[in-house]
Ligand binder design. Structure first.
Ligand SMILES: [Zn+2]
Length: 249
């Protein structure tokens, strides 16, 4: 693909949804890497009737037309885009527009488009390593500049033509480490933690190691529970002990 290098090339702003396959318009249209998106007219060729007679508005092969709604949409400013639902839904950024371009007060409808720069909100980046890698690889395939943008910072993640940026990778490693640290901490049973002992009530952990846990039930009964009998229940967000072995001390 070659992006035409002439003066009428326009840069607009728009939003996309993002999955492991890459970018999609909010209407579901897939944007393929290294391939310009050509607008198609989705409005029926026959859009209405005048005096009982079908009225063909324009040839569906030549979008966009001034009197239709077809074309690849883009806002004229980032500020304007950020006031719309499009930016809130996900990844957003700059987009090249060319071919026939119909101008509106706040934006354009273009015949052809390709992403120029992508702004990726940090909370959209999956914490799961595998999911993160496949999603980011899908984005990198577009060979555009990509920035992680949010919380007053802008970190380069990908540079057009030179792949992933060290600053962006550092950020992702930090995010992942933080995520696994937190998960690890969440799953480590410690003194003071509460354990729902099924059928008996809530016990408070006095002492825990890799094989055995001592927990106080109703402030007076010390239970000794094999560590392997206690598991974290992610749905109930609590520790649960299913089996007592041996029973109270
Ligand atoms: Zn149309």
């Amino acid at each position: 693909m070659s992006i035409p290098d002439y003066i009428s090339l326009i840069v607009g702003y728009r939003g996309w949804t993002w999955d492991t396959m890459g970018l999609k318009s909010l209407c579901g249209e897939r944007w393929h890497p290294n391939q310009s998106l050509a607008a198609r007219c989705r409005a029926s060729v026959v859009v209405g009737t005048i005096a009982g007679r079908a009225e063909a508005v324009h040839d569906a092969h030549e979008p966009p037309q001034a009197n239709c709604t077809c074309g690849v949409y883009a806002s004229k400013s980032l500020e304007q885009l950020l006031t719309t639902v499009y930016a809130k839904c996900g990844i957003h950024g700059e987009v090249y527009l060319w071919g026939t371009v119909v101008e509106h007060e706040l934006g354009w409808r273009a015949q052809f488009a390709y992403p120029k720069t992508l702004f990726l909100p940090p909370d959209l980046i999956p914490s799961d390593t595998k999911e993160m890698e496949s999603r980011l690889e899908a984005l990198a395939a577009y060979s555009t500049d990509i920035f992680i943008v949010g919380g007053g910072q802008s970190i380069p993640l990908c540079r057009k033509g030179s792949g992933f940026d060290a600053a962006g990778l550092d950020y992702l490693i930090g995010k992942r480490t933080h995520y696994y640290d937190r998960r690890q901490r969440d799953r480590t049973l410690m003194r003071g933690d509460r354990v729902a002992v099924l059928g008996r009530g809530i016990a408070v952990v006095e002492r825990a190691d890799e094989t055995e846990v001592h927990a106080l039930l109703r402030n007076r009964i010390m239970l000794r529970i094999a560590r392997k009998c206690i598991r974290w229940d992610g749905q109930n967000m609590r520790w649960e002990a299913e089996v007592l072995a041996p029973n109270g001390v």
